[in-house]
Design a protein around this ligand. Sequence first.
Ligand code: 8YV
Length: 325
Amino acid sequence: MKPFKVVCTGTQLPAALQMLEQECELKIWEHAYPIPRDLVLEWVADADGLFATGSVRVDDELLDKAPKLKVVSQASVGYDNVDIAACTSRGIPFSNTPGVLEETTADLTFGLLLSAVRRIHEGWEQVRSGNWKNNFDVPFGMDLFGKTLGIIGMGKIGVAVAKRAQAFGMQVIYSNRSRRGDEEQLQVTYASLDDLLRQADIVVVLVPLHEQTRGLMGTEQFRKMKPSAYFINVARGAVVDTDALYHALTKREIAYAALDVTDPEPLPADHPLLGLRNVIITPHVGSATYETRSRMARLAARNLMAGLHQKALPTCVNQAVNYPE
Ligand code: 8YV
């Protein structure tokens, strides 16, 4: 018999499973659709560890059903699905995976940005459908050099995006809850959210989702943007009011949107956003490279094993209840 029981609410990479298999009996939800709530509540009843995934709410209800739980670990940097206070009040440490996915997510951000401003995917659709008649059938794009990128939420991913933008000859402004203090070193300028929305040619949202950021981008905010501006979301879908975005795009209050995250997620096939030409959407793949997903999986597994052995989790979010070294 193995000493620990662990519930994985989604598939995990072999890089993680190999680190767990020796000491853990694993119950893994292996289907593409999210684990039904009833089942996860049943599974956690005798679990020592929870390897969580973003579609599962880790809240009072779940934690009350898991009296033996010693640790919750998730392979992501965002953890809006987890009630940290509920974990902390039960003395359960929770870990995410910061520090291993920022460059990769910045690459995807820039990939979306380039695809949008140069209409790369529209060009490809035209070629693939056999409609390449001349070079003017795809609308002209926009130059990046000399333009202003506005980053809402300047954390590690924001810094990595800013460096890429500067290499393309862009100016970078950012807004945050508070000034970072290292503007000179990063060669970026702080702006209020309103000023950023008015000045930026491209707006990128990178804030975590919580009560203060839910619906941060709504009708009023899109109206402040330039009609020629591009809007990019690689954070969480619910940071944006989807109806407001749809209307801003249809009324041409903004030019274009490039999204890696949506609300809801996945986006149903008949969703109105999918009928628009001035939008490109990828299926939440900001960290989805082989190297990065492997790093995330290994770090999440290290955190989980540490918690099971009641040792300090390397990247614990609620340090107050982390185990000692
Ligand atoms: C996802 C992410 O976790 O790290 C995050 O917060 O959004 C992503 O890395 C990943 O796509 C797994 O769903």
